[in-house]
Ligand binder design. Sequence first.
Ligand SMILES: [Zn+2]
Length: 328
Amino acid sequence: MATAVDFYTRVANRLRSWGFNVEEVPGWQSRDAEPKTAFDPTQLFVEHHDASAATSVDGSHAYVVREKLSQFTINRSGLIRLCAAGITWHAGKGGPLHGVPLNNANPRSTAVEVANNGLGEPYTDACTASIVALEAAWCMEAGRGVERVVGHREWAPTRKIDPRIDMNWRRAAVAAFVASKSAAPAPASAAGSYTVRAGDTLGGIAKAHGTTWQVLAQLNGLGNPNVIRVGQVLRLPGAAAPTPAPAPAPAPAALSPDPKANPIAFQRWYNAYPFRPALLPVIRPLANNWGPQSDRALRKVQARYGLAVDGIPGPKTRALLHRLGYRG
Ligand SMILES: [Zn+2]
């Protein structure tokens, strides 16, 4: 399970580098519901809610740990806990989805159980922020796009209702978060070493570090250069610093139409916003002018996604609205 331990350690460290607190539940490294089955935590991320009473801060956390039901939990205060590095029993019958075969997601996926009653309890801002960050960290460490982040009910639509969140909105928020973090440099490997990530090849790693796969294979005693594991730490030749590949120039962000140009369209869109109950009541009646309700709504969206809260639909705000699906 060393590979999964390394993978989750990197996910946790990435979250910490973003300012999130990640608590490690004692024994997480060896907690595994199916120790004899090979585990790849990078093919799918499945979000659940735990259907716990809204009065409990931690919800079902202790039960989830004891019964090995997910790798992560997030409580109502937004605290992220790393519970298990092995397979957990969370997905059940469902799929196939994104190449994960029918009824067989547990050995190929990572799960989070989020404390929420699933009966319309609003997610707190702290809770939502932690969910989005965890899913973004998973995408970045697994080398996956946000389409691989799914709700349990998307895996098992005939059996499950969780989470009661519009997963298209969730994925849009995760994509926006990944984009905001991708400009920052990735955490550096220790000098003279490289940690293998999903999708790496020995030849690709060698090229990126100015050497050949033959040298790396010899230096690391690799019998078969086609077999490297995610999380494996490879020695690099010499002390020369690796030459980073030039970053591709970012594409200009797509902008939504100006929401003030069509207040009713914006109000309709906002009323369908999945976290709106935690923010403001529905805008009613719809009004074809930009009044105080529209202004407050736009400011709430700006605040939630970390933009300047000025109520002005400038380029950054319109890029955000575009990512969130607003098309006027
Ligand atoms: Zn579930």
